[in-house]
Every structure is written in C-alpha cells, then in structure tokens.
Design a protein around this ligand. Structure first.
Ligand code: AMP
Length: 429
C-alpha cells in the first residue's frame, strides 16, 4: 500500500515524501478516503498510530480549493476547527498542519490558555482557515467577538476521551452550538466509552467507524468457547442454544452474504426474529434495523465481517461465530463486539470438521487453545470427511483494502431483508 493510492493531491504527496514516510499507517489507509468522501468519522486510534496525518492530510485537501495568498482577512475565514485537550497536543497538531500543508497556502494558528491572549486575537483577526484550539480559551475568544464560524466546513475532535476526562464536555457543547449544522465532523478517541458514543450520536451524522485495535487483544473478559458440531447441524444447534439459554441480542457471523441471508430466513422459520445485514439498503434503513436490534425487537442480527464494519454494535452479551472467519484477525474483531467496558461477554464458535485449519490459525494468533464443549445431542459424527470451505465474495483478502470493496453486488436474493453500508467504515488491525 502506498500513499499514491489514497486519492491525495500532488502537493500533499510531496509533503509526505519530504517527511520520509513510505507507506501510510492503517489509520491513514482507512480514514483518508472516508474523510475525502465527506463522511463523518468516528475513529478509535491512539497516539502513535499516525492519526494526526490521518485527519490532517484529507483536511488540507478538502480546504485546498480555498487556499489563497490574499492579505485580506475576509479571504481567510475559519473553515476548520480542531479541538484538542491540551496545549501540547494543539501545538503538535498545528505543526503537522504546517508540515503537510507547506505546499498549500492555507493559514493555521493555535489557541490555548495560559499565555497572553493578544497575539492569538491578532492572528484570528488577520484571518486563518485552520484553528487548532483547546476548548476553554476558544470560548474566551468567542466572548471577545474574535471568532466567526459561519464558513466552517470541518470540525475535528482529537483525543475526545481525554477532553471528556478533563471535564471539557460543557465547553465542547457550547462550542458545538456555535458551529454551522452543515459540516463534516471527525471524532478521534483512544476509547469508545458510553460518554463518547453519546457525544458522537448527538453531533455526528451517520459516521463511518474506523478502529485501530491492537492485535491479540481478544478481550480478556470474553468467555470463548468452541462447540464442535456437524456442518449440517449448525443451524439446529444455534436455534437450540438461543432458545434453551433464552439468549437475546445475539450477533451471529457468517462468512458470506448468501449464508447470512439463508441463516436469517431459517431462524425466522424457527420462530427466532432475525435480520441479515447486507444488501443494497440505504443508510436510514440500516440505522433503523440496528435500532430494532438494539431495542430488542430483532433478537438475532446475522452479519458478515464487512457488513458489521462501520456499525456501532459492541458491548453485546453474545457473539456467535456461525462460521469461522477466513482471516484470523477477523475473529478478534468479531469477539471485540462483546465484553467491553467491564461487561462480561461470551463468544461461541460453532466449528465443523471443515474449519479445523481456521480454528488452528485463530488459536495460533491468540496464543492459546480455546476450550471445546460438545453440546448434548450435537456431538459431531467423526466419520464425516472434511470438505473445502465455501467462500463468498466477502471473505478472503485482509486488511483495510477490503473496506474499499462493495459489500455486496448483483441482485439481492429473493426475500432479502438485509442491508449493507454504502461504504463500510473499515476496521483494521
Ligand atoms: P501520531 O499518532 O499522529 O501522533 O503520529 C505518530 C508519529 O508517527 C509522528 O511522529 C508522525 O510523524 C509519524 N508518522 C505519521 N504517519 C507516518 C507514516 N505514514 N510513516 C511513518 N511515520 C509516520
């Protein structure tokens, strides 16, 4: 993967080259195209992942058409606001803006407390497209009439979790009230706490989700179990588990969209309300289905790995791997949907003879064997030979490049109730 494939303009590619960067980091691969598309973004990434360039590069490109060398302040209205928790981070971010933007005549400045306000006032009055600010001092400037956000296109909340930890929530809310409703909003945070999600649901519009999860973090809190079972008896076992254990809100993963559809239909026939998520459904339809699932009117959501990306469905009590993923890292992403933030989660994998290699790959990645528990009445028949695994268009390959692929193609099968993200927010490793 090279920077050339991300859709960045030559001036930015040049600046990146001058920095000596050869390949984009995972957050950059995933975030840059989404931001360039104009999507709102909710990104989970820590410092050190290259997140700053991940939002600064596309930001500069979005604003580049407005770049000019006029001395008139009116030609340099504020078009982007980047909020950070600390002055150190504000300085760092603005340094990145200057570094990556050195071949584009856009102006930037920092606003933070603890220093004389006058030079900041002067810079704001002279006109400046990109303002990097801590919340408190920004509001001081607002009080002094130094700010006009009427031309603002993009808001970026950097290290949003830290801003909330530092008690900036009310300041942030006040600032958000000053900004035009029609804008692009990007939220970066090291964690997605309930508070962060609340903030995002209030201020972001159907954001794409990007998560840079460190590998091998198969949440310690998740109870992981493998249920060996015959290929043909998986559906019966799934229905058995859901009904006997009275499970609600179960996220079930299949490898293919066709498999997801078929399973959803079969579960419905078994009297278990379910929905498959993929298919050419609109964003509002997807949101509606997700809400139905969250509020409990759909008991089972059947998803492929790609369809699940970009959907804010985590903290679920139960995740079921109806089929193991082709790519072992996807197992970690799947089970990462459960057991977050101190809640106990459970990840069940229904594994047939065909999937032994996939299971070994996953155990290798986890560096541990998963416990195997045969469910009474579903012991696998050892005389059944393994068959090659059916892979759909949605499986195979790995990493961020998959986010660029359509999640479905062609006609949805008859009776499809699913939907797919128009552009899934990718989850990377
Ligand atoms: P950040 O996570 O934004 O704080 O960035 C961490 C460090 O990675 C910074 O020192 C950047 O200069 C550097 N960096 C960002 N993107 C790249 C890249 N694609 N290749 C190499 N280094 C990078």
């Amino acid at each position: 993967m090279s920077f050339d494939t991300l859709g960045l303009m030559p001036e930015l590619l040049r600046a990146v080259r001058e920095q000596g960067y050869e390949t984009p980091t995972p957050i950059q691969v995933q975030a840059i195209p989404l931001v360039l598309e104009g999507r709102d973004l909710m990104a989970r990434a820590q410092t050190g992942t290259g997140k700053t360039a991940g939002f600064t590069l596309p930001l500069l490109q979005m604003l580049a058409p407005h770049a000019n060398s006029s001395a008139s302040p009116a030609r340099h209205p504020i078009r982007a606001l980047i909020l950070t928790p600390t002055r150190e981070l504000a300085l760092q971010v603005e340094e990145s803006v200057r570094t990556y933007g050195k071949h584009i005549p856009l102006r930037s400045t920092t606003i933070f407390g603890g220093v004389n306000i006058n030079p900041q006032t002067k810079a704001l009055r002279a006109g400046c497209e990109i303002v990097v600010a801590t919340p408190g001092r920004l509001l001081d400037h607002q009080g002094q009439g130094n700010l006009n956000f009427s031309q603002l296109d993009i808001l970026i909340l950097d290290e949003a979790d830290r801003m909330l930890d530092m008690g900036f929530i009310r300041d942030i809310q006040k600032i958000l009230a000053l900004l035009p409703a029609r804008r692009q909003t990007l939220l970066f945070s090291a964690t997605f706490t309930d508070e962060i999600k609340q903030l995002a649901s209030k201020f972001l519009k159907t954001p794409a989700l990007v998560e840079i999860t460190p590998q091998n973090t198969a949440a310690e809190l998740v109870r992981q179990v493998v249920h060996p079972v015959d290929r043909e008896r998986k559906r019966a076992l799934l229905a058995h588990i859901i009904t006997t254990r009275k499970l609600d809100q179960v996220l079930v993963f299949t490898r293919t969209k066709h498999g997801a559809n078929r399973l959803s239909e079969q579960l419905d026939r078994d009297g278990i309300d379910s929905m498959a998520i993929h298919g050419n459904k609109s964003q509002p339809q997807r949101i509606k289905a997700l809400e139905d699932f969250k509020k409990g009117s759909i008991r089972v959501l059947v998803a492929t790995d790609i369809a699940a990306r970009g959907l804010d469905i985590d903290m679920l009590p139960h995740v079921v791997n109806y089929e193991l993923p082709q790519v072992p890292e996807d197992y970690i992403h799947r089970i990462g949907r459960t057991g977050r933030a101190g809640t106990e989660g459970e990840a069940l994998s229904l594994v047939c003879v065909d999937e032994q290699r996939l299971l070994r790959d996953i155990e290798k990645l986890l560096r541990k064997d998963l416990p195997k528990e045969v469910v009474a009445g579903f012991a696998p028949d050892p005389s059944i030979p393994a068959e090659p695994i059916q892979t759909g268009r949605q499986s195979g390959g790995r990493g961020p490049s998959r986010s660029a692929r359509p999640a479905s193609s062609g006609q949805p099968p008859r009776g499809e109730r699913g939907r797919h993200p128009s552009r899934p927010g990718a989850r990377g490793k």
